[in-house]
Design a protein around this ligand. Sequence first.
Ligand SMILES: Nc1ncnc2c1ncn2[C@@H]1O[C@H](COP(=O)(O)OP(=O)(O)O)[C@@H](O)[C@H]1O
Ligand SMILES: [Mg+2]
Length: 264
Amino acid sequence: MTDTTSTALGAGPAAPPIEAAARAIHVRKSYGTGDAAVTALDDVTVRIPQSRFTAVMGPSGSGKSTLLHCMAGLDKVNAGQIFIGDVELSRLGDRALTRLRRDKVGFVFQAFNLIPTLTAIENITLPLDIAGRAPDRRWLDDIIDAVGLRDRLGHRPGELSGGQQQRVACARALTGRPEIIFADEPTGNLDSRSGAEVLSLLRDSVHDLGQTVVMVTHDPAAAAYSDQVLFLSDGRVVDRMAGPTAEAVLERLKGFEPAGGSTR
Ligand SMILES: Nc1ncnc2c1ncn2[C@@H]1O[C@H](COP(=O)(O)OP(=O)(O)O)[C@@H](O)[C@H]1O
Ligand SMILES: [Mg+2]
């Protein structure tokens, strides 16, 4: 026997392959029935590498939010499989799915979704409080420093700028150390400077803390913060770009049909 087995076991000197934090396999998703049915995802297979920053781009209506919602277990697929780590979501009952979303998935939404009556720090620790988990103080400290909000922790969302609110939302997503964070247009409501702060934070959470992040964006400059871009068109993954630059992404997007040009 040769020692090629050591490669199969991942024990060789070469760097081990990057694990998938999440996968979609031949996923189909439609809304409505009969003539009114809309195919939002049409046989989508994607692999989200661990500890990497993945951006999802494509024209409006191409299925980006649907893909995120299905991968995060917020919405059910019609066919195919979604895995978070090794767990296939369709095998889970409602309670197990709720627990998986709570313990393994973080979300950042365009609209921040903070509780207005709670302070920043209360918003940040809310998911842990609901889960009855004590925050890891050192980790929490690191995150508060990373998001740069130490002097704002006692403020309510209404007393914070949009960028600060979104950084609270990012801290909230990071605090539970989820296996993966999904962010749907997290900079969509922010001016470019605040947007850049949030994007740097997401990128640093990947490169410094090992977090896995998947972010939908329509902004090539935002996508340039990522490690890879997946391009959706008409519910299908049509391209992938590693090490994106804003210029290369913009050039690639020019090849798409104008929004609304779809007949699907
Ligand atoms: N809840 C829904 N009910 C009916 N159709 C929907 C629903 N959500 C999304 N769609 C449709 O599915 C397609 C993909 O939508 P979406 O995933 O939101 O696209 P994107 O995020 O890329 O703009 C669109 O045609 C949209 O109109
Ligand atoms: Mg969307």
